[in-house]
Design a protein around this ligand. Structure first.
Ligand code: ATP
Ligand code: LTN
Length: 331
């Protein structure tokens, strides 16, 4: 049996990945790359919808590439590449926009969320067509499985609908992908406001552990995590969101269940518990941080890896793009 094709990507939209991205995305990718033929992209065309400074974008693309590699994505066995290096992505987005209904695109909740604050008038059209570009990413690689967080499920559903519609209208062209949604327990919450997910767009970064934070800073952030006053250590998301989140983090970094950990730490006090969480997190993240900095010290080598992988991605993507164009009566 041939291995399933796996595809996922993240936007280079911050100076570093955070703990949520690491637990919710990177650790799954790392595991999945063993089971399939994986493509992991740095979706810089998507990030253009929110980043205006070219220098910042260029730097963040390199940092994300270094963090993918330092975090365990093997650029020899997985295809780790930058979306804009493969021109088929932008072309495919146009072809798919033709078969996307305006109403259908208007129903995407991420667009509604991202424009809620400033209003639709202030948004760019790219933010609106963002899910169509994403559908193209996935369809170009004959993808079987798309590992993403629950917030991206609607976009993968759109991808399936567009793929099926295209196949019906123009003949069998695309493989229809399945989403692989990370478990709710893999969702890491903000350390200062544990009712909200850890997110790079939070107002302050006091509750965010960045993978590039120095260990002393990580320790400080975890020690200052908001908890409660009842002193017990148990899983209770409703009444004890802070403690529950810390148990989730410790579980992700030790492979032990939250129930087991609660049993072990209950009665020892929050101070001891927080230090245990920080030790586990720093133990795994400190070497990743160092490796990332080493990789960033040699940008030429990083660029060489990205270019070699882009060449591989282009081969697969161009073949699919040309197939779709011919099916539509182009070329
Ligand atoms: P934004 O604030 O712009 O939504 P983000 O920090 O939530 O950004 P994304 O770029 O949307 O991050 O997500 C990249 C990947 O990381 C996705 O697969 C997403 O599901 C996962 N992810 C993001 N935040 C978390 C979190 N707090 N816990 C677990 N997984 C997360
Ligand atoms: N929209 C996604 C990033 C993304 C993606 C993709 C994920 C762009 N293209 C293709 C999976 C497959 C996000 O914001 N996390």
């Amino acid at each position: 049996m041939t291995k399933p094709r796996i595809y996922s990507g993240m936007q280079p939209s911050s100076g570093s990945l955070h703990l949520g991205n690491f637990v919710g995305a990177l650790t799954h990718w790392r595991q999945l790359q063993e089971e399939g033929d994986a493509f992991f992209s740095i979706v810089d065309l998507h990030a253009l919808t929110s980043i205006q400074d070219p220098k910042v974008l260029r730097q963040q693309v390199r940092t994300l590439a270094a963090q993918y590699i330092a975090g365990g994505i093997d650029p020899q066995s997985s295809c780790l590449y930058v979306q804009s290096h493969v021109s088929a992505h932008a072309e495919m987005a146009w072809l798919l926009s033709i078969i996307t209904g305006f109403g259908e695109a208007s129903r995407m909740t991420q667009f509604k969320d991202k424009t809620a604050k400033k209003g639709i008038e202030a948004a760019n059209v790219g933010l609106f067509t963002y899910p169509i570009l994403m559908a193209g990413d996935i369809l170009l690689y004959d993808t079987n499985l798309v590992p993403v967080g629950a917030d991206q499920k609607q976009h993968v559903e759109l991808t399936r609908d567009l793929g099926e519609r295209f196949n019906k209208r123009y003949g069998e062209t695309f493989t229809i992908p399945q989403p692989r949604i990370a478990a709710e327990t893999a969702r890491i919450m903000d350390l200062q406001d544990p009712t909200r997910k850890m997110s790079k767009s939070a107002e302050t970064d006091k509750g965010i552990v960045w993978l590039l934070d120095e260990p002393s800073r990580t320790l400080k952030k975890i020690k200052s995590a908001v908890t409660d006053t009842d002193g017990s250590i148990r899983v209770d998301a409703e009444n004890k969101p802070g403690v529950t989140n810390l148990l989730g983090i410790l579980s992700a970094f030790t492979g032990r269940t939250t129930a087991e950990l609660a049993d072990e730490y209950d009665g020892q006090g929050y101070g001891v518990f927080k230090v245990a969480v920080a030790d586990a997190v720093i133990g795994e993240l400190a070497p990743i941080r160092e490796r990332t900095l080493e990789l960033l010290d040699d940008p030429a080598e990083l660029d060489r890896i990205l270019e070699a992988n882009a060449a591989r991605a282009r081969e697969v993507a161009d073949a699919t793009l040309h197939r779709a164009m011919r099916a539509m009566g182009l070329r």
